[in-house]
Design a protein around this ligand. Structure first.
Ligand code: BTN
Length: 300
């Protein structure tokens, strides 16, 4: 499609389109992704200013951490169209090919944060994505502690990293990656959980900028409610595999049980076969439904 402008005013247009086609597309095409378009929608709920936008970067979390170490303010947002060394949990790599995904990292410096609120910060990113996908008509759940899954598989992951001074949180970097178009979906051989993308579950193209801004806004809305019962209920409402048998594994644990819900600090409440309910949590734990061949069309 040809747009009615002769000069592309995009400052940082990531789309490498043919010269004759480079016609201010980001202004008129909702799937285009540029710093200019993004900036016009930020800040949202006091987050997203300043914005550090990159066409290509190693990892937005690494960049956000470096900025935070230099004193960057609460709400600073790092966004990239492509990551060449994106990171996930367990030192895994996270792929963000150009023009296909959302990769963002937010610097948060919450004041007087309680231990419960800190534990919740981690799941907050996942909740924001789940809520955002719901506005697109796509049902999603949080796979504890910070993955977002749809009926197709994992569509988003969250990596929260923090810096401590003594017992106080100096800053936290909340990193979120969302697979938007099919190009962003890693091969099954590269992941240990089936991956999917947002566009597989909705009709038509999804605006990455719209999705990104909505997610950031939702994080902003929930931040002041970190300690609240309301947030705890919101997590439990969208918790994947609730009341289903799970295999749970970690450095010190290997067991099966039924997921009953979460504690206030986002640990798992697991019912063992004998009926006893135990609390499990920790950085290195993984959960899997006992039946990995389950019907993926139902998330409950
Ligand atoms: C996971 O599923 O293990 C977490 C993935 C987190 C990926 C995001 S993409 C933006 C930010 N930058 C990174 O290097 N990682 C996070």
């Amino acid at each position: 499609m040809i747009y009615p402008y002769m000069i592309c005013p995009c400052v940082n247009c990531p789309e490498d389109i043919a010269l004759w086609h480079r016609l201010c597309m980001d202004e008129y095409n909702p799937i285009m992704f540029s710093e200019k378009r993004l900036k016009s929608s930020l800040p949202v709920r006091d987050l997203g200013e300043p914005l550090h936008f990159y066409k290509t970067i190693a990892s937005t979390n690494d960049r956000a951490q470096a900025l935070a170490e230099e004193g960057a303010a609460h709400g600073t947002l790092v966004v990239a169209d492509e990551q060449t060394a994106g990171r996930g949990r367990f030192q895994r790599s996270w792929s963000t090919p150009p023009r296909s995904a959302v990769a963002l990292s937010l610097i948060l410096r919450p004041e007087d944060i309680t231990p419960v609120a800190l534990a919740r910060l981690n799941m907050l990113g996942a909740l924001a994505v789940v809520e955002s996908l719901a506005t697109l008509g796509l049902e999603a759940r949080i796979k504890w502690p910070n993955d977002v899954i749809t009926a197709g598989g994992k569509v988003a992951g969250v990596l929260t990293e923090g810096s401590w001074i003594g017992g106080d949180l100096e800053y936290s970097v909340l990193g979120i990656g969302v697979n938007v178009s099919p190009k962003s979906v890693p091969d099954r051989s590269e992941v240990d959980y089936p991956a999917a993308c947002v566009e597989e579950g909705v009709e038509g193209k999804v605006s990455r900028i719209g999705l990104l801004v909505d997610i950031v806004g939702r994080i902003g809305s929930w931040l002041s409610l970190l300690d609240s019962e309301q947030l705890h209920s919101a997590f439990e409402d969208v918790l994947a595999f609730r009341d289903q048998p799970l295999n749970i594994s970690g450095p010190d644990v290997e067991l099966s049980g039924v997921l009953r819900g979460l504690t206030p600090n986002c640990r798992l409440r697991i019912a063992l076969t004998a009926g006893e309910v135990i609390i499990l949590g920790g950085e290195d734990m993984r959960i899997r439904p006992v039946d990995m061949n389950r019907d993926w069309a139902t998330l409950n």
